[in-house]
Design a protein around this ligand. Structure first.
Ligand SMILES: [Fe+2]
Length: 304
């Protein structure tokens, strides 16, 4: 029997998000995702899984102060015991600067060792499983596959899990001409504990994970089938950045109401077994011009 899958929300602390969960779910939120990089301001409702999702933890940045970061997170989240701790894949530095988005990277073996050490430390400090979220940005179709391979290498070495962000995957699918279900064939779906469902936007003809739009219909239509192929999934979360009160309320309420029925019958269904296709042998890739434009734009925006 597969575990019960709980619906959840990235809790930003905004009144609109809190109202949306009450309207959509009648207070019974199964999982809350907190950003532990911010001090906790709100009293949390009882009886839910607590997921921590850092936007500051760095897998690869050389000058990242892991121990100092851990101390600040422990202070911010005093008294809370996470069920699961997730971090982002990608590069968040350049020449000593830090950007507020994660960029594509092909790490060296030394950087992979560093990432594994950091995740092992994280797991030991918080005494819970750790997971890595897949990235939306990529430089080419080959880079999408390379990222899957690197994430799986790190995940396997730390005995961790995957946080599968379906909109991030959708961005890669749109930008590099692969079907969502096609990209999924390379992912080790047995190790997915959590999915993120969110929206985004287009920059010219390039899809970005801006978390400020409707969840695409392509994701909603494929979601029930995708969920059946994730046998160990425990949490499905809607993610959205706060915009204005009314838009947030409508978007979050509607999204939670659509997400819930997709999960209700899952525990009584048999998971469909999958085996990831091997990805060995990817040697190099030619960057896509649109991807380069977006990465340069982000670099300029954050003055790196
Ligand atoms: Fe996400």
């Amino acid at each position: 029997m597969r575990p019960r899958v709980e619906v959840g929300l990235s809790l930003t602390g905004s009144a609109s998000h809190t109202m949306a969960w009450v309207l959509a779910l009648g207070r019974s939120l199964g999982a809350i995702e907190l950003n532990p990089d911010l001090p906790r301001k709100k009293i949390l409702p009882p009886n839910h899984s607590l997921l921590m999702h850092s936007i500051k933890f760095s897998l690869f940045r050389r000058d990242f102060d892991l121990e100092g970061w851990c101390r600040s997170v422990q202070k911010n989240t005093a008294g809370l015991r996470p069920d699961y701790f997730t971090v982002h894949y990608g590069a968040d530095w350049h020449e000593g600067s830090r950007v507020s988005t994660f960029l594509p990277i092909t790490p060296t073996p030394q950087e992979i060792d560093l990432a594994c050490d950091r995740l092992n430390y994280l797991a030991s400090q918080f005494q819970c499983p750790v997971g890595i979220e897949n990235l939306a940005l990529a430089l080419s179709q080959e880079d999408c596959l390379r990222q899957i391979e690197v994430i799986e290498t790190i995940r396997e070495r730390v005995n961790g899990y995957l946080l599968l962000d379906l909109h991030n995957l959708f961005c890669q699918s749109v930008n590099f001409g692969m079907g969502l279900s096609e990209i999924l064939t390379w992912i080790n779906r047995d190790k997915v504990l959590e999915v993120h469902v969110s929206g985004g936007s287009m920059y010219k003809n390039f899809r970005r994970d801006t978390h400020d739009g409707e969840v695409p219909e392509e994701i909603w239509s494929q979601l029930p089938q995708i969920l059946t192929t994730l046998p160990n999934l425990r949490w499905a979360l809607f993610e959205q950045l706060p915009m204005d009160f009314l838009s947030d309320l409508i978007l979050t309420t509607n999204s939670l109401r659509r997400l819930l029925p997709c999960l209700e019958n899952l525990s009584s269904t048999q998971a469909i077994p999958t085996r990831p296709k091997p990805l060995l042998g990817l040697k190099h890739h030619t960057p896509d011009q649109r991807a380069l434009e977006v990465v340069s734009l982000l670099a300029k925006k954050w003055k790196i």
